[in-house]
Write a protein that binds this ligand. Structure first.
Ligand code: ADP
Ligand code: GLC
Length: 516
């Protein structure tokens, strides 16, 4: 028998993705499978997920969920064959472009009901009320799944180990306490030492209070969230559960993000021979309507356009940077707050020969961006982990990042002046001002015209080990700590060398690694 984990999330690539959470869930499931752990992903039945999953069949009619009834469908992820369960409800079925907000950027009114339904579906699986095998561990990710540990405890299902991974503490799922009965939350849990949060109910607080283990995605973020600056009001409750809080840094799916084999880039290259990057640069210039100048320095931006990502400050910093550095070109891929999207488009209109902007979500272009750019600017007010700078490093594109969260642990800083030590892979800067961004990007541009230093930084960045090997072992050890004794043995056995790469299903079709 294999140990079983149910990973519950709102996103998983390639079915649904708005950010790094989606990448992490699928890559973690794959890595668990490769290690001999049976991992199934439970996701909302968004239309894109229903379209993208293969071999869907009904495994349960769920009649009394918050918001009404639903069906639990079992199938497989495209590309990987990872088992997936989709909760198909009329509400989830109406989500189109973005799963959380409408076209005007307002949160959908029924988010609380939808994600409470997802939690109740997970509880029914754990209670053996579906035809799906009961898992040994339920691993909830972010607020969308954070009610599960509380509901399991309320139902007396103490034998199932629960983990909450916090990918982003800024999103908490806080709703009116009056909704508790409708959401199926026991009234005794709506208290200060339960899930009550400033008069509301908080899904995230529920997870923090009731999960057996709380993990977050980098060492630095794990300590930052214990402070008022980064705690988003949850630092107190997290400090109370400090003994249950662990840092488990993410890895990267190196089959998808590898310039040596990536089918989405113009020419493959690797650390020994980086010349293909020149072809990728030309391709990027074409894609963004930029002059095909081989000696231009392309600064890329590729992320959600939000306050977290300091889009406001970056927008203010860019005109002066473009004026100060005539060889700089800018390629921007992103979407998010409409006001920022609009301002990026205005910037492109003001600098038609220097700035290319693509508003929207486009996986292919994201790969082309990392492959073709020289520098990635990734400013953040906070960053739990930060996959984007890692992707850029793996593609020999030097990241310029805020010194926060995961980036403190993954980017080795070349410093803002003076000689560059061996092993530097990027630039970290402090502060949130226009001047801070200006100084950091200028420093990177100056280094980029020192061929020996730059080449060494690129090579060192490309050689970093960001595989899932260590992270997945950490998760499995954590599961073993909280599982029932028999299941704990199974988890521990999966860590033995012979268990790795056991039987399974994984059939990668990397040419299809697109969002459904
Ligand atoms: P976050 O999860 O906070 O958005 P990460 O850097 O960890 O930050 O992950 C972001 C993920 O989303 C990366 O895989 C990145 O390539 C992707 N991404 C962000 N914006 C876009 C976009 N507009 N088009 C394609 N991919 C995007
Ligand atoms: C969140 C964070 C990001 C992290 C990702 C995956 O969206 O903002 O920093 O990399 O989750 O854990």
């Amino acid at each position: 028998m294999r140990p079983r984990v149910l990973l519950v999330s709102s996103e998983a690539v390639p079915l649904v993705k708005t950010g790094g959470l989606a990448d992490v869930i699928t890559a973690l499931a794959l890595s668990l499978e490769e290690q001999g752990v049976e991992a199934t992903i439970l996701l909302p039945g968004y239309p894109a997920a229903l379209r993208g999953a293969s071999g869907l069949r009904k495994v349960a009619d769920l009649s009394d969920l918050p918001g009404g009834k639903g069906e639990l469908l079992q199938g497989y992820m495209p590309d990987t064959g990872i088992p997936v369960l989709l909760l198909d409800t009329p509400q989830f079925n109406q989500r189109s472009a973005n799963p959380y907000v409408d076209h005007s950027g307002n949160e959908f009114d029924d988010n609380a009901v939808c994600f409470a339904a997802l939690a109740h579906a997970a509880v029914k699986i754990c209670a053996g009320q579906t035809r799906f095998p009961v898992p040994h561990i339920v691993h909830s990710n972010d607020w969308h799944a954070a009610l599960i540990p509380a509901l399991l405890k309320a139902k007396g299902l103490h034998h199932i180990g629960t983990v909450l991974t916090i990918h982003n503490l800024a999103f908490q799922g806080n709703y009116s306490a009056e909704l508790a009965p409708e959401l199926g939350i026991p009234s005794e849990m709506v208290s200060e030492d339960g899930m009550e949060f400033w008069g509301k109910i908080s899904f995230m607080k529920a997870g923090i209070r009731y999960a057996d283990r709380i993990s977050t995605v980098s060492e630095t973020y794990a300590s930052e969230i214990l402070t008022p600056r980064f705690g988003n009001g949850m630092d107190g409750v997290l400090r109370q559960r400090k003994d249950a809080l662990v840092a488990t840094p993410n890895g990267v799916d190196l089959q998808l993000w590898n310039p040596g084999s990536d089918t989405l880039i113009a020419k493959n290259y690797n650390n020994d021979d980086i010349r293909g990057k020149v072809v990728c640069k030309r391709d990027l210039q074409k894609r963004f309507n930029l002059p095909l100048q081989p000696f231009a320095r392309i600064v890329a931006l590729g992320s959600r356009m939000t306050h977290q990502k300091m889009a406001d400050v970056v927008l203010d910093a860019l005109p002066a940077l473009l004026e100060a550095h005539p060889t700089m070109q800018l390629a921007v891929l992103g979407c998010g707050d409409h006001q920022y999207e609009q301002k990026f488009l205005e910037l492109a209109a003001n600098y038609p020969d220097r700035v290319g902007v693509r508003i929207g979500y486009d996986e292919d272009t994201a790969h082309a961006l990392h492959a073709g750019a020289d520098i990635l600017l990734h400013a953040s007010r906070f960053e739990p982990f930060g996959l984007t700078p890692i992707y850029s490093m793996l593609y020999g594109t030097i990241p310029v990042c805020s010194r926060v969260g995961g980036m403190c642990d993954t980017v080795v800083d070349a410093g803002l002046e003076g000689a560059v030590d061996r092993g530097a892979t990027g630039i970290l800067f402090d502060g949130e001002s226009v001047e801070d961004v200006h100084a950091a990007v200028s420093r990177a541009l100056e280094l980029s015209i020192q061929p020996a230093v730059w080449k060494r930084m690129q090579t060192d960045a490309m050689m970093c080990d960001f595989s899932w090997k260590e992270p997945v072992s950490r998760y499995i050890r954590m599961y073993a700590e909280i599982a029932q004794p028999e299941a704990a043995e199974l988890f521990r056995a999966s860590l033995m060398p012979a268990a790795a790469n056991a039987t399974h299903i994984i059939e990668r079709r990397s040419s299809e690694n697109r969002i459904a």
